[in-house]
Design a protein. Structure first.
Length: 232
């Protein structure tokens, strides 16, 4: 069990909260187990990867280590303190572009991605925005591409949630959390057109939710909506 200290709740633009979070995440055994399972969920040789809510770049680095085939990683976040850390992590790595990206806004992407990952970020969105984002991710994936969301999810009861917080060393919830049950999120992913949708791993309030874009149908063209902003 991670020892509990007073949990900052100033938000993800607060350098103190960012420092508290990034200092401890590599010591939480359950998170490390989730990252290990995410590595297993990646396709054999992805080339283009999108990391949504990249934070300090930790999950993107996991993907790069697991998949040396990656030629391009676009990592986006809205927190300037997190973006500074991500830029430091990936300094000198020409494969990586770190961009400002607010998941509350519609995604507008240049090209498609073999993998879209997210680590402990999407749960900050309202549920309707989660559903819309899943649909946008489905459109951003290349045929057969993989979406892997390592996430904080709603526990079955308040008592179970309290046990989860204690187990990860938190004394308070993140005020930005909008937690949703695993079952609802899997249904939303399926409704977004993703296939092979499954919760591959779960530990208390952590879960790895995975889905795939349908394989390419010979002779079928892909439709794309008009972009409002481009990430290259």
């Amino acid at each position: 069990m991670e020892p509990s200290v007073v949990t900052p709740t100033g938000g993800w633009t607060d350098p103190d909260q960012v420092a508290w979070y990034t200092e401890r995440i590599g010591r939480i055994e359950a998170r490390l187990a989730g990252e290990a399972m995410l590595r297993e969920a990646l396709p054999a040789a992805p080339r283009r990867v999108l990391d949504l809510g990249c934070g300090d770049g930790r999950l993107g680095a996991v993907v790069l280590d697991a998949a040396p085939s990656v030629e391009r990683l676009v990592a986006g976040d809205r927190s300037e303190p997190m973006l500074r850390l991500a830029r430091e992590r990936f300094a000198g790595d020409d494969r990586v572009e770190v961009v400002e990206l607010d998941l509350g806004d519609p995604l507008a992407l240049d090209g498609s991605f073999d993998v879209v990952v997210s680590g402990f970020a999407i749960h900050h969105l309202e549920h309707e925005r989660k559903r819309a984002l899943f649909a946008e991710i489905g459109r951003a994936l290349a045929p057969g591409g993989v979406f892997a969301n390592l996430e904080v999810v709603r526990s079955s009861t308040p008592a179970r949630h309290a046990q989860f917080l204690a187990a990860v060393g938190r004394t308070a919830d993140d005020p930005e959390d909008r937690l949703a049950p695993v079952e609802d999120q899997l249904a939303w992913m399926g409704a977004a057109g993703l296939t092979e949708v499954e919760c591959l791993w779960r530990w208390r309030g952590f879960a790895l939710l995975v889905g795939e874009a349908p394989p390419e149908v010979p002779g079928a063209g892909a439709a794309a909506g008009p972009p409002s902003r481009t990430l290259s």
